[in-house]
Design a protein around this ligand. Structure first.
Ligand code: ATP
Ligand code: LTN
Length: 327
């Protein structure tokens, strides 16, 4: 199976990205051929400082390696280093309805009806579909917030196949269920986000131990005082339970049992230890790789291998669509 996924280089990669996406990337590499991309073209759908964008791109690449993705077994590369993404995106845009794009909740949230929202924010899901279809991907591991985009990608692929013959592999999303959606620590009703103003709302993968401690100890809970899962009535505690479970590997009922009758203080303090233990090795490996020649060489090699696959797909697409005469 070919697996494809991407993360935007918008800074502050947090434990939601890790639990919802990166951790699946690592698991999937055991039995599949994986292509993991840093989607910098997606990052310019909102204003981005050029120097910072490049730094963030290298940060995400280093984090891919630091969480355990093996660049020899997989392809790791930067989206804009392979021109096929933008090229295929145009072809797909001509096979996507404006009505479909208007229904995308992410666009509605990010544009909030603003007339001067960039057109790229509107067509963002089409670029995402191009990323996936360019590599004949079978499986796309993502957080559950991306369901609607994956559905659109499948609809476009099926539509093109019906019209032009067998052009694309129709991909499947792979969504993590329990705890796939990590919520903000200060507001458990919204998802943990890179862009939220309050840094204590998230734990970034590169946060030091003190910041991790502060974010968890100040996390919103409730006044009941019992550690148990109840998304409706106890969204804050449920979110912390999910984080605890993801980092420790313990099942939720086991954790509930362990903290029966003790207050949130003890539970939170031990969650800090669990999170620090899980994140410290990632941070250490990141520091070793981030400014190394190994990182630059990995991305160069990844782009070359990705471009080889992309070129073959674009040749097939052009043949089916009657585009180009050069051959
Ligand atoms: P944000 O809204 O935080 O700025 P994003 O959704 O734009 O983030 P990406 O970098 O594109 O972030 O996301 C990378 C991956 O992480 C995606 O698969 C996405 O579904 C997943 N993800 C993002 N936030 C969360 C979260 N809070 N919980 C679980 N998964 C998440
Ligand atoms: N839109 C995704 C990031 C993304 C992606 C992709 C994920 C861009 N292209 C292709 C999977 C496959 C997000 O998480 N916000």
């Amino acid at each position: 199976m070919r697996v494809f996924s991407g993360v935007q280089p918008t800074g502050n990669i947090h434990i939601g990205n890790y639990i919802g996406a990166l951790r699946q990337f690592v698991e999937l590499q055991e039995e599949n051929e994986c292509v993991y991309c840093i989607v910098d073209l997606h990052a310019i759908t909102v204003p981005a400082d050029p120097a910072l964008l490049r730094e963030n791109t290298l940060d995400v690449a280093a984090l891919y390696l630091a969480v355990g993705i093996d660049p020899k077994k997989n392809i790791i590369f930067v989206q804009s280093d392979v021109s096929g993404h933008a090229e295929l995106s145009w072809v797909l845009m001509c096979n996507t309805y404006t009505g479909e794009l208007s229904r995308m909740t992410q666009f509605k949230e990010k544009s909030r009806g603003n007339e001067s929202a960039p057109a790229g924010l509107f067509t963002y899901p089409v670029l995402m579909a191009a990323d996936i279809l360019l590599y004949d991907s079978d499986v796309v591991p993502v957080g559950s917030d991306q369901k609607q985009h994956i559905e659109l990608c499948r609809d476009i692929a099926i539509r093109v196949n019906n019209k032009y013959g067998d052009v694309f592999v129709v991909p499947e999303g792979r969504f993590l269920k329990d705890g796939a959606r990590v919520m903000a620590l200060d507001d458990p009703l919204s998802k943990m986000s890179k862009s939220a103003e309050n840094p204590l709302s998230r734990i970034s993968l590169l946060d030091d131990d003190e910041k991790i401690r502060k974010s968890i100890m100040r996390a919103t809970t409730d006044s009941e005082g019992s550690v148990r899962l109840d998304y409706e009535k106890k969204p804050g505690v449920s979110n912390l339970l999910n984080i605890y479970s993801a980092f420790s590997g313990c099942a939720i009922p086991e954790i509930e049992e362990k903290y029966r009758g003790v207050g949130y203080g003890v539970f939170k303090t031990e969650l800090v230890a669990v999170a620090v233990d899980a994140l410290a090795p990632i941070r250490k490996r990141y520091e070793e790789i981030r400014h190394s020649g190994e990182l630059a060489a990995t991305l160069r090699d990844g782009a070359e291998r990705a471009d080889g696959i992309a070129w073959r797909t674009m040749t097939r697409v052009k043949r089916h669509f009657g585009l180009g005469v050069k051959g």
